[in-house]
Write a protein that binds this ligand. Structure first.
Ligand code: SF4
Length: 493
């Protein structure tokens, strides 16, 4: 019978629920992004248990629901007042759920339900989660007093050991959970019917496939959709309606009045004509702001829900690596410099020293998406005020290479309405892309470095990690130089 995770999946799409049971061959392997979410969830969950030092834990595997429910009753009968992973089964329809923490209200026979999340605020789908859990626990005979989300308090600053009492905050969501009970009651019979169905249910693809999560079956269901479709041009329900009314995903079928204005409109024009669009005046203006020597700079960072280093806050961005390509004069051979902190300690002091030393004092510093590097530097200035003048001087020299691409001063149809360097690079520079790298995106870099810091990387894998990080970050800055050459080429013709 229906579990909480099945309920959440079925609310997003009945077909996804059906696939999860009947087409396990379609379920993709856990990728880096998902693994990062699991790891972060486990880490936060472990700290949440330390918030309640008297708690007892149900340790039977999650799929042994009957045993979990029996163990929960045994803990209750034994007079325990805080139970982790408490399990319940609804007496009428056998829906079942686990709650992260079940806490007895002192002096009563009632309980509070507490669900732990590694985020700083409540998200819409958290209410659905908890509404289902509330229905199951009350249907199993528990008297529920309040429903709380246990969230990360981003005002907490680590001093010494992590203090779980300060790391978390509790938010009461009882009123919304109660308000959602009729929705849950309405939804459950239809999801039970889906589970019992032998044929694949019908469900149209659309914005639902990405909300609240990217569905596991996108590769399967979106197989026939062109790489560049109406969903790249329009968003949400609007895109669903247009696709529905046209009976097509094809951008070329969009009537003129539905083509957006601004950059998206230019993208459609470029796609239809197959032509690269460029604005030589704007590109010339941009390039005229560059002053030699040119420094192409890129950071890699980590951000952990539970602060790792002294004086840091939850989700604070901590830089651990940079790559720097230096072009001293026009056409000069590129020099490459880099920094990668290879110890399990706070990387920031050594990062700052290397940054100030290698960036010199003159010339333009080129980054891709300036608010990120600038924002990291601004936080470094606050935390290391003795370096504020030097870091501020680096920020003052920064120029954002994203700007010409974001504003479509140069646009290739293969960018597919994106200005991300991962899309821009292969569209404009043949033979240069991130495909095939051991580490091929920032999230991957971040997760793997976080594993190293938390001592989860096998010793024999550490050298592979350094090589992967250096190759990836180095390509980011090499790519920037290649893109500057592309811009130069556009105004030379
Ligand atoms: S990809 Fe979309 S249509 Fe397919 S199962 Fe997932 S949510 Fe449903």
């Amino acid at each position: 019978m229906l579990s909480k995770s099945q309920y959440v999946k079925g609310c997003q799409c009945p077909k996804a629920l059906w696939f999860s049971l009947n087409r396990k061959d379609l379920t993709p392997p856990v990728d880096v992004t998902k693994q990062a979410i699991f790891n972060a969830g486990n880490q936060v969950g472990d700290w949440a248990k330390k918030y309640f030092p008297d708690g007892v834990e149900i340790t039977v595997p999650f799929y042994k629901t009957d045993e979990g429910a029996d163990a929960t009753h045994a803990f209750v009968a034994a007079g325990n007042t805080v139970i982790f992973e408490a399990t319940a089964i609804h007496t009428q329809d056998a829906t079942h759920a686990r709650i992260d923490i079940l806490r007895k209200v002192p002096g009563t026979d009632t309980w509070d339900m507490i669900e732990v999340k590694g985020s700083t605020g409540v998200k819409d789908y958290h209410y659905d989660d908890m509404a289902f859990q509330y229905r199951v626990f009350t249907g199993a005979g528990f008297q529920i007093n309040r429903c709380h989300m246990m969230l990360i308090d981003n005002k907490y600053e680590r001093q010494g050991d992590v203090d779980p009492q300060q790391l978390f905050k509790l938010e009461d969501i009882t009123a919304l959970v109660l308000a959602k009970q009729s929705d849950v009651n309405d939804m459950i019979p239809s999801l039970h019917a889906t589970l019992a169905c032998t044929d694949e249910p019908q469900a149209k693809i659309g914005s639902r496939c990405f909300k609240p999560f990217d569905c596991d079956y996108i590769a399967h269901c979106w197989n026939g959709v062109p790489d560049y479709s109406i969903y790249n041009v329009l968003t949400g329900k609007k895109a669903d309606e247009v696709v529905q009314s046209l009976g097509s995903y094809e951008v070329k079928r969009l009537p003129a009045h539905l083509i957006p204005k601004g950059t998206k409109g230019k993208d459609v024009q470029s796609y239809v004509s197959g032509q690269v669009e460029f604005n030589p005046d704007k590109i010339r203006e941009f390039l005229a702001t560059l002053q030699y020597p040119l420094y192409y700079l890129d950071y890699e960072t980590i951000a952990s829900a539970v602060p790792i280093f002294e004086g840091t806050r939850p989700f604070q961005t901590i830089p651990f690596q940079f790559s720097l390509h230096i072009e001293e004069t026009p056409g000069a051979k590129l020099k490459h410099r880099e920094f990668l902190h290879k110890e399990r300690s706070d990387p920031r002091p050594a990062f700052i020293d290397a940054l100030i030393c290698l960036c010199g004092t003159d010339g333009t510093i080129i980054v891709y998406n300036q608010p990120f590097e600038k924002g990291v530097n601004e936080k470094l200035m606050l935390d290391y005020p003795q370096h504020a003048v030097a870091i501020s001087a680096i920020n003052a020299r920064m120029i954002d290479l994203l700007v010409p691409f974001k504003n479509r001063w140069l646009y290739h149809p293969d960018q597919h309405s994106s200005a991300s360097i991962k899309r821009v690079l292969p569209a404009h520079v043949l033979g240069l892309s991130y495909e095939g790298l051991n580490i091929s995106n920032g999230q991957d870099a971040s997760q793997k470095y976080l594993d190293f810091i938390l001592n989860k990387t096998a010793p024999e894998k550490v050298h592979e990690l350094w090589a992967g990080l250096e190759e990836y970050c180095g390509l980011d800055t090499f790519a920037m130089k290649a893109l500057i050459d592309v811009l130069r080429g556009k105004i030379a013709v």
